[in-house]
Write a protein that binds this ligand. Structure first.
Ligand SMILES: [Zn+2]
Length: 211
């Protein structure tokens, strides 16, 4: 290798990057006109630096792509969570709507048939009515007690349970029906089962279904 070639080749990287002095640049350019070896060397350097730049570009694009992928994942996760929350609430409110409240009207023992009819007619427009006599109430309790039913042995002669009408109503009718029935003759008391909080109802339903 000629001495000048050695010097020029040392300068080629700087020349390619455009960071050498004007006089060095002139020296390189004059030499390149006459020397094919150094010219080839420069072309190699130019090719390498081009490849290098392309690699950097690819890396950058990959990073951007990964960032977008991550952002997409986050958006999908957030949307999924929102979707689950919405479905959960819809289920709860459907459950709430489908669960009727109950009003139970307990009757006095000495009620007349006429009074009974009057009560029944007052509430029957609100929903399905079931009637339970004193005896039926006692039997229901007896069944519930199972093998402990002996506790209420002998209650038949002096049955403390009350006959009742139970009507399934929409929650918003509870107050209306209660005020209508409360003061009718033959009514002992009015009780109702109503839960104002749909979430509470949902949890109670789950617990009741389990037991
Ligand atoms: Zn040369």
């Amino acid at each position: 290798m000629k001495k000048e070639c050695e010097i020029v080749q040392d300068l080629l990287f700087g020349y390619n990057d455009g960071v050498i002095s004007k006089s060095s640049t002139e020296l390189v350019e004059n030499h390149l006109k006459e020397c094919d070896i150094c010219k080839n060397k420069l072309e190699e350097i130019q090719k390498d630096s081009k490849d290098d730049n392309q690699e950097k570009e690819v890396d950058y694009l990959k990073k951007v792509k990964n960032k977008l992928k991550r952002r997409k994942k986050i958006i999908i996760t957030v949307l999924s969570i929102l979707f689950i929350i919405i479905v959960f609430n819809v289920v709860i409110f459907i459950n709430y709507k489908l669960t009727p409240s109950e009003v139970q009207v307990f009757l006095l023992d000495n009620i007349t048939e006429e009074q009974k009819d009057d009560i029944e007619n007052t509430i029957k427009g609100f929903g399905d009515i079931t009637y339970e006599s004193k005896e039926e109430a006692l039997n229901r309790i007896r069944e519930k007690l199972g093998e402990n039913a002996y506790i209420i042995n002998g209650w038949d002669e002096d049955n403390p349970f009350r006959a009742s009408f139970t009507v399934k109503v929409d929650s918003e009718d509870i107050e209306k029906i209660t005020s209508l029935v409360e003061n009718l003759d033959g009514v002992h008391s009015v009780e109702f089962m109503h839960i104002g909080n749909p979430y509470e109802l949902f949890i109670i339903n789950i617990l009741m279904n389990k037991s």
